[in-house]
Design a protein around this ligand. Sequence first.
Ligand code: DCP
Ligand code: CA
Ligand code: CA
Length: 351
Amino acid sequence: MPQFIIFIDFDYFFAQVEEILNPEIREKPVVVCVYSGRTETSGAVATSNYLARKIGIKSGMPLPQAMKIGKDRAVFLPIRKDIYKEWSDHIMDIISEYSDKIEIASIDEAYIDVTDSCKDFNDAVNTAQKIKDEIYNKTGVRVSVGVSVNKAIAKVLGDMAKPNGIKSVGPSEIQDFLKGLEISKIPGVGKVIGQRLNDAGIKYITDVINADRDQLINIIGTAKYNYLYDIANNTYNKPVTPREKKNFGRYMTLPENTRDVNIIIPYVKKAIDSAYEKAPGLPSELSLVAIMEDISILSRSYTGARIDKNRALEIAIGLLNRIINEDQRNIRRVGVRLGKITKNETLDDFF
Ligand code: DCP
Ligand code: CA
Ligand code: CA
């Protein structure tokens, strides 16, 4: 039985969030910078939007060089990691509604396994499109998506789908797809290994099957050989492994943009009910998250001993009032996030 795996990668993520928060910069090259603080221009580019990439400003480039290229035409912004993390958490929460089997691979990448909930591969592709649309409708973030029969090929397709695309290769097409797939496209095959394999006559992933096993193991080691062999042979099936999920968030869209707590509180309650249903235990941290009318995200948190559901509502209302008092804008979506969860003991813990 093939797996149905969806891979999602957020497009030029940090720079895209900056664009969404400040739409005027969208028509310009946008560069998100990590300033090292040594001198005014020392540091490196974290990421850049596609307009900046087009003029040659890319991730990892030293800032002085980027500034030389982008002088007078690019927007240089300092990295705001906390904000991107908040957006990432929000998007991951949206994705996790579609499967409990979610592997958050980095701040802007996730795999989900939808084998159990989809009746066939076509259904998995439709689900992927639904997730992509929902992320865009709720956050404005564009993502690229790959759908296939294992994690490695889903990622290959996600990379090919950039930007803002979706690509799929199902069980009936996978053999043909593998035949035309260059080895350098496989996750984990960097420039150096790709070159060495090319030198050994391996250009396509399927070349691994008939290659001299001992010779390849000499070049790349046993683990990587087995990995590539399994992909080539279409027997690669490494599971999506959910990391211990540290927090659980649930959000509700309000019927209208508002700052009227009487309208908002029932939605806070719904979000709490839904989050507590999902969480494996009681949290010691509770955040109230408000997505404002301009879709920026504000949150306020409370930390205390194991918070039960009733107390959660009281605390959340207090946090909501703080946001309303400190900010003039209307709220569009409201949510809660439960953090530092202590697991309930289950029977399994005793055996
Ligand atoms: N990042 C960084 N420094 C790097 C590379 C990346 O700080 N040298 C950060 C910024 C990115 C985020 O990690 O926004 C994700 O990295 P990706 O490689 O996925 O690149 P992007 O999301 O920026 O672009 P793409 O649209 O190609 O996925
Ligand atoms: Ca990305
Ligand atoms: Ca990425």
